[in-house]
Design a protein around this ligand. Sequence first.
Ligand SMILES: Cc1ncc(C[n+]2csc(CCOP(=O)(O)OP(=O)(O)O)c2C)c(N)n1
Length: 690
Amino acid sequence: MSTTQTVLDLDQVCINTMRTLAIDAIQQANSGHPGTPMGMSPTVYCLWQRLMKFDPEDPIWMNRDRFVLSAGHASTLLYTILHLARVKAVDPEYEILGRPSVTLDDLKSFRQFGSRCAGHPEYRWTSGVETTTGPLGQGVATSVGMAIAEKWLAARYNKPGFELFGYRIYALCGDGCMMEGISSEAASVAGHLKLDNLCWIYDNNHITIEGKTDIAFTEDVAGRFLAYGWNVVRVGDANDLDRIENALRNAAGTTGRPSIVIVDSHIGYGSPHRQDTSAAHGEPLGEEEIKLVKQAYGWPADAKFLVPNGVYEHLESGIGRRGREAHEQWEKQFAEYRKQFPELAAELDQIQKRELPVNWSKDIPSFPADSKGVSGRDASAKVLNAIAPNLPWMIGGSADLTPSTKTRLTFPGAGDFQADSRSGRNLHFGIREHSMGAILNGLALSKLRPFGSGFLIFSDYGRGAIRLSALMEIPVIHIFTHDSIGVGEDGPTHQPIEHLISLRAIPNLVVMRPCDANEVAEAWRTILAMPRQPVALILTRQNLPTFDRKRFAAASGLSKGAYVLADAEGGNPEVLLMATGSEVSLCVEAYEELSKQGIRARVVSMPSWELFERQSEEYRRAVLPPTVKARVAVEQASTFGWCRYVGIDGAILGMKTFGASAPLKVLQKEFGFTTGHVVQAAKEQLAQVK
Ligand SMILES: Cc1ncc(C[n+]2csc(CCOP(=O)(O)OP(=O)(O)O)c2C)c(N)n1
């Protein structure tokens, strides 16, 4: 046997190990999709073994190539390669633990409680998983954010003779990802931005859950991507490693365009018995079928979770050695870089640990009391532009609404991120809220501090990605302006109603709706200090009075989620008025009126329910004393959820319809957001409890 033959055979053994491990894991779990792992193992193997620059010893090395499994249902594809390449785990503090990321036992307990091999790949749970995937389309869209981040990092930190950043982003996707609209949005962005560090690999297997794709998907994918300005490469045989390698190298060598490699495959490839059936998609194969498949792979029919001799070593001699050498080389280069550019190197240390520069908050303004006041969005614009110059890796933009959301970075040198200006800090997502959310996730996964903005009403469009930012615990700042019927004349299509509460319903997402300019400043201070906290920052379009903080409590109370803004003299209130955002000033007016009438009221500003819930019981009881039963909540949004704070007999002044098109003043009157109405509700509450 010649040497080449031996190597080829070993490649095949490694591929069949991936396939059979996946088959066994799925059979053991009695749930999962074996087809794609069988069909795509050669492609994934080829990519990792022959091309990827990735050091299994340090899966968070900054300059590693990224592999995103956008077809998250094929998770065993990722788990088997992470296992066979012996990728190490890292802990959340970014110290290398040394234990394997995925053990054979994890694979044996695929989809069971506690296993690193969860049903779909989960970021921060399994090292080497670059982003959580499962909702189809999200992975590919997120990869565009990763590609933007790489270009941005390279532009800022690479210096002549020091190519610190030069990594590629690969995303494996199937028909599902191609059909989801988010992939079109994201591909369009990537084409526009000429992200040639990006390569999508499309498993063109013509099968989805309902059967053949021709029942629903007959478009010309290649033509579509050519139209986006992508480089399109085809591989006719998903089993031909050399052709796959050539295609991937073609992509890597293409400049000025992202690439898509279309791999024609058969689901369940290699199984002569189960091709092109929808059953192979959604179900384990079954013991009998497995025996036949294993026979066809030249495997002992009864062996389970078999890793033949030489497999780990073969991967070590490929991805292992290549990754280690590239990483060592890079570390040497970085040590020299540190000497020549100590400040930039220190920034990279901070980026890697999600820390902030010492002085990041020094220029945050405080706003003088002003009854005319300023809108939430305008206050935020000032604060954002006071922070961003001191936090160089904060970048962001909007879905074509920057003039309205006021999120443009305007300081000298901020610039735009475009194909010909990679160090710009202002991104233009175009009118693509969903992919904006995913791109922000990709930026945050690359450790930048991203923000994106739009109208609150359109948070629905980005919700899939927002939810994933919360699931992944990554610090994306989702800014939503035009936060209520306060938008006035635009009418019900633009007046968010259920959006606040539906964002609050997402676990681990912090929603903040500040009530005045100083709360906006505190919101930003609080948000940035939380390194793993995605936030929805909700801002008004219309002016809000800036409270006199000498008379009222300090805005720093925002960091506790809710605080007593104004209280009855000497404390001991008989009625509680609580509100968020623009309705806090209404409660303050009502409080003043009630005080005049000798009624002891307390105003609680509640910018963030989530942060409030994280406080001690003692604090929460101090702010909302359980003995005070007369309670009024005011929010220009769905009343849903406020019962938690006012109790079942409390009053909730909110919205029960979609709103209407009219000037704001009229709407406030029509929908009952007037001082008189709040005062009346408070009195009714008092009468009720007495
Ligand atoms: C947004 C979303 N919708 C639906 C699903 C359910 N789902 C999981 S796999 C799948 C079919 C995917 O087909 P394809 O991408 O071609 O993958 P393959 O058949 O190659 O495994 C569907 C619809 C999902 N995971 N995400």
